[in-house]
Unconditional design. Structure first.
Length: 244
């Protein structure tokens, strides 16, 4: 079985000359629950945007389940919930889901069934006919997740899915994402909540300044840095990252 995600030598220099990611390698096994952690500006969203063809890469190769990331076959097996909540303000909740299903080649009947299931899961049925600007922040975040999952992607990428989400919804989202993972979906998550990463992720990559600092299980990171909590390991790694 090929890796869910394989990044080799990824470099991204933005048009203004800023080098956001440099010679970055990462391989994520199929079926894993993977966390990408690092401070603001570390390059997490840049890496994810490169994987999902939202930006042009300067150099490097990215494969998704063995397919080049820009091939149609690869695009179809990835579901992305972006950090920025980018919903079409003119579509209501149900239309948002149906349009997405259509875009990914689902039949109308299949899209309807799936949209109903997603509205159940994310408790959005009561808002089916409401447009994005009239949803609360947490509801928009839920819709973003529901949309990412519409086409049943094998690799789900969640860029800070719980930012600004209330305590209860966060626990619910954790439960749901865990169920997805148990059903065989590969998950790539970024978060600034270390307890979230600790709770959910089997493996973690720590990045800073567009470079990989460490990559291991939580237990592996604790022993590598000789500490007892993920937050201590994070602080140590980031300290060393600054000196290096
Ligand atoms: N379009 C752009 N043009 C120039 N620089 C950019 C652009 N987008 C991002 N950057 C820069 O690239 C660096 C990495 O940004 P990125 O969004 O990948 O960080 P991040 O790890 O996702 O941070 P956060 O935790 O704040 O979301 C930052 O210094 C940012 O200012
Ligand atoms: Mg980001």
């Amino acid at each position: 079985m090929p890796s869910a995600l394989r990044i080799r030598g990824l470099t991204k220099r933005y048009d203004d000359g800023f080098l956001a990611v440099e010679d970055f390698d990462l391989e994520i096994e199929a079926g894993s629950f993977f966390g990408l952690l690092g401070p603001n500006g570390a390059g997490k969203t840049t890496i994810i945007s490169a994987v999902c063809n939202l930006i042009r890469v300067t150099a490097g190769e990215i494969d998704i389940f063995g397919e080049p990331h820009d091939a149609l076959a690869a695009r179809r097996i990835v579901g992305l919930a972006e950090q920025d909540v980018n919903l079409d303000r003119f579509l209501d909740v149900e239309e948002t889901l149906l349009y997405h299903g259509g875009y990914f080649g689902m039949t109308r009947a299949a899209a309807r069934r799936r949209a109903a299931a997603m509205m159940d899961v994310f408790d959005l049925h009561a808002k089916a006919g409401v447009r994005a600007p009239k949803l609360s922040g947490g509801m928009r975040r839920r819709l973003l997740l529901a949309r990412a999952l519409m086409h049943e992607p094998r690799l789900v990428i969640l860029d800070e899915p719980t930012a600004g989400v209330d305590f209860e919804l966060r626990l619910e989202l954790w439960r749901y994402i865990r169920r997805l993972h148990d059903a065989g979906t590969t998950i790539l998550l970024t978060t600034h909540y270390l307890e979230e990463a600790d709770e959910l992720c089997q493996e973690i990559a720590l990045i800073r300044g567009g470079r990989l600092l460490a990559r291991d299980s939580v237990g592996g990171l604790l022993s590598a840095y000789g500490v007892h909590s993920l937050s201590d390991a994070y602080v140590q790694a980031m300290g060393e990252g600054v000196e290096g």
